[in-house]
Write a new protein. Structure first.
Length: 192
């Protein structure tokens, strides 16, 4: 009977370690250099600059508080800056590819229909810091530029091959870089 009590105590202890805590991670809200370089090389016949308008206007400041999708950290309250990360990346990549200026008369309106990020923490109990080793994002938006209007869904996912993660947030940052690059390619294709 005592072994059973110790087993229950151990199970409770492990459950408390892996869920229910608030987690703030050190996200970088700018695209990685290779992503910026890729955006610079996208050929565009369009001469900018353009102005960028978000609907809702608070999307570039949106931070989601959610748990991880996997077992480890499923009950956590993790701050995931989905809106901040995507909006900053899209703005910067549009700026290096065609130019962005708030005073431009040519306005690109991005109406966000869905922006959802999912992630899983490393399942290693001996990590001192939580590390995201699986991440995915779905971004659906309606775009309006002059008379051109289109709707598109962008998806990306990533996995860190290292046990324990090479970076706490690098997987999601790479996923958001991929989404932003897809958005820029779509915009350039439609506004030529």
């Amino acid at each position: 009977m005592r072994k059973f009590h110790w087993f229950l105590f151990g199970l409770l202890f492990i459950s408390l370690l892996t869920s229910g805590c608030a987690i703030n991670l050190p996200f970088n809200n700018r695209p990685a250099y290779p992503t910026v370089r890729a955006a610079k090389h996208i050929s565009s016949g369009y001469k900018g600059p353009i102005a960028l308008k978000w609907i809702p206007p608070t999307f570039p400041e949106r931070i989601d508080i959610q748990g991880a999708s996997g077992f480890s950290g499923g009950g956590s309250q993790t701050r995931i800056p989905t809106g901040v990360g995507l909006a900053n990346r899209i703005l910067e990549l549009l700026d290096v590819s065609i130019g962005v200026n708030d005073s431009s008369e040519k306005v690109l309106t991005i109406s966000v229909i869905e922006a959802k990020t999912e992630f899983e923490f490393s399942a290693n109990l001996f990590n001192l810091a939580n590390a995201i080793d699986v991440g995915s994002c779905v971004f659906e938006a309606e775009f309006l530029f002059g008379n051109e209007e289109w709707n598109e869904i962008f998806t990306a996912e990533g996995r860190d091959p290292m046990i324990g993660g090479t970076s706490q947030t690098g997987v999601l940052e790479k996923v958001w870089d991929d989404i932003a690059l897809q958005v820029v390619r779509s915009v350039i294709q439609h506004i030529r």
